[in-house]
Design a protein around this ligand. Structure first.
Ligand code: SF4
Length: 296
């Protein structure tokens, strides 16, 4: 596929020929997934009563040193599948009652996913959710218009020093903010149906990090300048756990304190944003799913 021969799908714009070599993400041209199943641990309007139909794609365009899914994002655990097998997975999730199809970190495989949705989106009849680290090209997000109903992007950092140090993306905030503006322009304001399931809209996830409350406050401040309070929902996450390479960075090698989390929560409330808080008791790695496949 042309997109994979000169890959510019994400802001890295490597230009890699993924059939023959590898770009920054290290992914080839075959779609690779690590799990497709019902997932109960997303925000209430994403999981609904029956669970999100979550498909975890292998690989990532960021390199977060604290990634709790590092086995799939960095070690690329998973199995290669064809587009027709991916269509079967989406339909199977719908058949077992999934409230939606939630695509987790799908960017390197979006052209294949669009091919699949061209064939089966009307038959699916449930929303398509894109769960992303937020580091997205506006041009790529524009191609998803009419395919994705709900966007679930992270905004992780404001400070370029922090985003470079912990995720390898110095331009993270400016890129993520422009991507989120495009997402909001596509979906409009959040729409949640009578069963409490989100049908349309954008939920911005923000993970409060140890030592990062001032940076978090800047993010909330910028969102307040760009969006009306009812344009977006904010999911404020407390689950930060020092995993993967976090031990190499003393300042983030601990959990977030209640004071830090509440400080950021107060900034969200002051800005008038609605959304979701994460119970601090759920801030463990116990709800990480088992991933399938082998390492690349
Ligand atoms: S998806 Fe991968 S290969 Fe394509 S531009 Fe991004 S990092 Fe490079």
């Amino acid at each position: 596929m042309q997109d994979y021969l000169n890959c510019r799908l994400c802001p890295r714009q490597c230009g890699a020929d993924r059939a023959a070599s590898r770009g920054f993400c290290g992914l080839g041209s075959d779609v690779r997934i690590a799990r497709a199943g019902l997932h109960m641990w997303e925000e209430p309007p994403i999981s609904g009563e029956r669970g999100a139909g979550t498909v975890f794609f292998s690989g990532c365009t960021l390199k977060c040193v604290f990634c709790q899914n590092y086995e799939i994002s960095q070690l690329k655990k998973g199995r290669n599948i064809t587009e027709s097998e991916l269509a079967d997975e989406f339909l199977r999730l719908r058949d077992i009652g999934a409230e939606n199809i939630e695509l987790v970190s799908p960017t390197p495989f979006l052209p294949s996913i669009i091919n699949v949705l061209d064939k089966i989106k009307p038959r699916l009849g449930i929303p398509i959710v894109m769960n992303t680290g937020g580091y997205e090209r506006v041009e790529t997000i524009k191609r998803l218009k009419g395919y994705v109903d709900v966007y679930l992007p992270d905004i992780k950092y404001f400070d370029p020093v922090r985003s470079k140090k912990y995720s390898g993306a110095e331009d993270y905030f400016e890129i993520a903010l422009e991507a989120v503006k495009e997402m909001v322009s596509q979906t409009g304001k959040p729409l949640i149906d009578r069963r409490g399931v989100m049908q349309r809209g954008v939920i911005i996830r923000h993970l409060v990090m140890p030592g990062g409350r001032a940076d978090s406050a800047k993010i909330i401040g910028e969102l307040g300048k760009c969006f009306s309070a009812d344009d977006i929902l904010i999911s404020l996450m407390s689950q930060y756990t020092p995993m993967y390479r976090a031990g190499e960075f003393r300042e983030i090698n601990r959990r977030v304190s209640t004071f830090e989390y509440n400080f950021v929560l107060d900034r969200c409330l002051e800005a008038g944003f609605g959304g979701f808080m994460q119970e601090r008791e759920s801030a463990t790695d116990s709800y990480l799913p088992e991933f399938e496949g082998n390492y690349l």
